[in-house]
Design a protein around this ligand. Structure first.
Ligand code: FSX
Ligand code: SF4
Ligand code: F3S
Length: 368
């Protein structure tokens, strides 16, 4: 796991075919043409693997699990080949004082050069006592490590926006990285957990172009979060024609109709889930018959609940019912989402420009 385990291409833990396949998937996710794959591969196989310090705070470790679990081992191994994961409490061999020593040595030796990945929210209430590692609070550790990093990647909705532990009444005062770190470039890869390809794409973009990808106003990379789920969904034709599942298990559900009426939050949620999918088997929540719960959005645990009630304020074109009024508790909560969506939609304009350029095979990134 040490950076010294990663030398040249010959030492890669995945074979070259898998390596290039992973880079090709990431290039597609990034909206880059295939002609950019060699550039990505060259950046990913350079002798200088970026040191990575991975901090765990308030979370379930699902982000790491989804990245490294056996359901798609190649992506996990590919990421471990591209970066030098010098400190990661879940998978490193060292423990206790030895682990803390590794952290100190890494941030000192690679001051200003390492990538800091943060997984989990940061509790700020009562002096931050609700998350301590090695006797220090998450707030203190982040305050020491983040300013020394070249960039911070907040992986998961917890590190991005506070996460499930920030649900009202947020008893520990959990917040996301951006609420605390101000002078280091930060990118958010939300999702509970996020898609590993979005993380891989961000890392490859950073290695190739020496900067983080463009983001929306919530700090999410546009390549992965620039489009609404509803606009990419395979059930969209059913929505447009007014064919809805009324109850889980009914005939409409078996037919694969739209899940809006049973609570799908695809309208109002920005992510590449329908396009990139999960686990290497083409699955994603709506594809397997469950509505999107909006897990890439800030405060989705408050604004998107109850999960099985309709999202208000959505026009059903072919449904004959016009505007669906929000006569539910969701109706009040969604006001927060609407406010956030103003910022998101402003950013989507940028996202659409990227898509448009992609069609003519000439993205802004390729011009760099
Ligand atoms: Fe949070 Fe990551 Fe949800 Fe868990 O650790 S984004 S609780 S799936 O996985 O931080
Ligand atoms: Fe797909 Fe959900 Fe939109 Fe229906 S409401 S088209 S299931 S994203
Ligand atoms: Fe999350 Fe919705 Fe995608 S629940 S995983 S954003 S489909």
């Amino acid at each position: 796991m040490s950076r010294h385990d990663f030398g040249n291409e010959g030492n890669m833990r995945v074979d070259r075919r898998t390596f290039i396949k992973g880079c090709t998937m990431a290039a597609a996710a990034l909206g880059l043409s295939e002609t950019m794959v060699p550039k990505l591969v060259a950046a990913a196989t350079s002798a200088q693997r970026p040191p990575v310090v991975w901090l765990h705070f308030q979370e379930c470790t699902g982000c790491t699990e989804s990245l490294l679990r056996a359901s798609h081992p190649d992506i996990g191994r590919l990421i471990l080949d591209i970066i030098s994961l010098d400190y990661h409490e879940t998978v490193m061999a060292a423990a206790g004082h030895q682990a803390e020593q590794v952290l100190q040595e890494t941030i000192s030796k690679y001051d200003g050069k390492f990538i800091c990945v943060v997984e989990g929210g940061i509790p700020t209430k009562d002096g931050g006592i609700y998350c301590k590692i090695g006797g220090r609070t998450a707030v203190d550790i982040l305050a020491e490590v983040a300013p020394k990093a070249a960039a911070v990647i907040a992986i998961g909705t917890c590190a991005s926006f506070g996460g499930i532990q920030a649900a009202k009444p947020n008893p520990t005062g959990a917040v996301g990285v951006r609420d605390l770190v101000k002078n280091t470039p930060i990118i958010n890869i939300p999702g509970c957990p996020p898609n590993p390809i979005s993380f891989l794409g961000t890392v490859l973009h950073y290695l190739t172009f020496k900067r983080l990808p463009r983001t929306d106003q919530l700090g999410r990379p546009l390549f992965a979060y620039g489009r609404e789920i509803h606009d990419q969904c395979e059930r969209r034709a059913h929505f447009d024609e007014g064919r809805f599942v009324e109850q889980f298990g009914d005939e409409a559900h078996r037919q694969g109709f739209c899940l809006y009426k049973v609570g799908c939050k695809g309208p109002g949620t920005f992510s590449n889930c329908p396009a990139v999918r999960f686990n290497g088997v083409g699955a994603w929540p709506v594809g397997v018959g469950h509505g999107c719960i909006g897990c890439t959005e800030p405060e989705f645990w408050d604004t998107m609940t109850p999960f099985y009630e309709r999202l208000p304020g959505v026009t059903i074109p072919g449904g004959g019912k016009g505007i669906v009024t929000g006569a539910t508790s969701v109706g009040m909560k969604i006001l927060g989402v609407t406010a956030a969506a103003v910022g998101i939609h402003a950013a989507v304009g940028i996202g659409k420009r990227v898509v448009k350029c992609k069609k003519c095979n000439n993205t802004p990134d390729e011009q760099e």
